[in-house]
Design a protein around this ligand. Structure first.
Ligand code: SF4
Length: 88
């Protein structure tokens, strides 16, 4: 079975750098009008403050890259099974 992860994005703290989209354009969209990024996957749970997406190994490395280039480190990744923080 594929390992799963939870991406937790603190949208309310986005400073609009757009680096996430640059790192992983298939997964992240940076809206130039609102200066806020958003997860592209339609399975994403969205509120005004936060976005949560369950991913598996197939996109893990790319989401990790997006998280690592975010200058304010508001894209967190957790191991879904253990709940352990993978990043940051
Ligand atoms: S890299 Fe971080 S601060 Fe920049 S748009 Fe993406 S989430 Fe927002």
């Amino acid at each position: 079975m594929m390992k799963k992860y939870k991406v937790v994005y603190d949208k309310s703290s986005c400073i609009g750098a757009g680096a996430c989209e640059f790192a992983f354009p298939e997964g992240w969209y940076y809206d130039k009008e609102t200066s806020i990024a958003t997860l592209k996957d339609p399975a994403t749970e969205k509120t005004d403050a936060q976005e949560i997406l369950i991913i598996d190994e197939s996109t893990f490395e790319k989401h990790l890259e997006a998280a690592q280039v975010c200058p304010v480190a508001i894209i967190e990744i957790f191991d879904l099974e253990t709940g352990k923080r993978v990043y940051p």
